[in-house]
Design a protein around this ligand. Structure first.
Ligand code: HEC
Length: 378
């Protein structure tokens, strides 16, 4: 090859990521970062630094709203991504080139040996190499875990109704541990492969240079140069498949977006990660006073109301839900009523139509008559 031709080859750029793919990645960076910044302080709420961060970001209530907005964004991206993959596989007939193969294992092995100075042969890797596949699959798997456990934490009452009580703390442990794992793998694996080894800008520019292709996707480059790229399907075939695909895509989108809306709206509460107990009783207008309360009535009412789900069948709290025991409460009737009417933090607010003032007095009479010692002994 002449020097000139050589140079031409060197300046060639190879398309790697389409515009939609780059947009998805930007949304992913944004939602992931926000989720980590608002999630980890909740996991480590006892630490001083977490408290400062919570304060900086506008307080625990604000943080939790931001966390859920970011989670919703991530789920929308996930749904879009699912649609895009389905289109590529079922309409364009592309190979599932993100699935691991035996060659990836060999590549990883040669790559490791090369880096340790034990082998001279640097692997020629495919369009998506082993480190990219591993990261992608970890992302998919991690997102599934986070959606399932996030749903349980977002809707603790329903979860508690459907599953044994231990599932909530288990979901919380899994959600937090997966978060730490994800953040560490981004910092160690992703930053190393994509930024430190050399700065790979293709996710923003969309292309890779000849030299970068040579280094990271040698096998893919060989195929391109030999004219052996994946064959394109004939237009009629694609059109026929599109006609089948779109109705399916519309139905799936409606189902998934519907599921997402259900996910974020169907319970009015979520699990408390750190407490924000109301300190001042505030003014609520009450038609009865404390004297109207009859403890026995309150005990019977407790069996009927859903207070139990969070405060426990015996009103002594549900440790897994990190909520407050009410048995033996020393708060005044007014403060008690204010809490029930307003619904502090994750507790739903109850209107006088749902629970009358007199019933509140009964509940308070019963709760404050209970033995606090026994409550604390638990
Ligand atoms: C979804 C779970 C949930 C349900 C259902 C629920 N609560 Fe609560 N409740 C909480 C949480 C969480 C707190 C603590 C809020 C905070 O951190 O300030 C709380 C706090 C309270 C407080 C304030 C206690 C204190 O010492 O400050 C009272 C009183 C109370 N609840 C009564 C009730 C009553 C009565 C019912 C039923 C009508 C009820 N709750 C139903 C979760 C719940």
């Amino acid at each position: 090859m002449t020097a000139e031709a050589n140079e031409r080859v060197e300046q060639k750029h190879y398309l790697r990521f389409s515009v939609p793919q780059r947009l998805q990645h930007i949304l992913l960076i944004a939602s992931f970062t926000i989720l980590a910044l608002t999630g980890l302080p909740q996991k480590y709420a006892a630490e001083g630094i977490a408290q400062s961060l919570i304060g900086l970001l506008g307080g625990i209530e604000t943080i939790r709203v931001i966390h859920r907005v970011a989670a919703t964004t991530l789920m929308v991206v996930a749904i879009y991504h699912g649609g895009e993959i389905s289109y590529k596989l079922f309409v364009l007939g592309k190979r599932a080139n993100m699935l691991p193969t035996v060659k990836d294992v060999q590549d990883a092995w040669h790559w490791l040996r090369y880096n340790l100075g034990l082998g001279r042969h640097y692997p020629r890797m495919p369009h998506f190499n082993f480190s990219e596949k591993a990261e992608y699959l970890a992302l998919v798997w991690g997102t599934i875990i986070m959606i399932i456990t996030g749903f349980m934490l977002w809707n603790p009452i329903t979860t508690n109704r459907l599953l044994p009580a231990a599932w909530i703390p288990a979901a919380r442990a899994a959600h937090g541990a997966e978060a730490v794992l994800a953040v560490l793998s981004i910092i160690i694996w992703h930053f190393y492969h994509v930024h430190i080894r050399h700065f790979n800008k293709s996710m923003f520019t969309g292309t890779l240079s000849h030299k970068e292709m040579e280094e990271e996707h040698g096998a893919a480059l060989d195929a391109i140069e030999a004219g052996k790229e994946e064959p394109k399907l004939p237009t009629e075939v694609i059109q026929r498949r599109q006609r089948l695909f779109w109705p399916y895509a519309v139905i799936m989108t409606i189902l998934l977006v519907g599921g997402l809306v259900f996910f974020i709206t169907f319970e009015e509460t979520a699990l408390t990660t750190t407490s924000s107990r109301l300190s001042e009783p505030g003014a609520v207008s009450l038609s009865v006073d404390a004297a109207a309360g009859i403890a026995a009535e309150g005990a019977a009412l407790w069996q009927e109301l859903d207070c139990q789900t969070c405060h426990g069948a015996d009103a002594r709290g549900v440790p897994e839900l990190s909520s407050i025991p009410l048995a033996g409460t020393e708060i005044s009737f007014r403060a008690f009523a204010a809490s029930v009417r307003r619904g502090p933090a994750d507790m739903p607010a109850y209107s006088p139509e749902q629970i009358g003032d007199e019933q509140l007095a009964h509940l308070w009479a019963w709760l404050s008559s209970l033995d606090q010692e026994a409550a604390q002994a638990r």
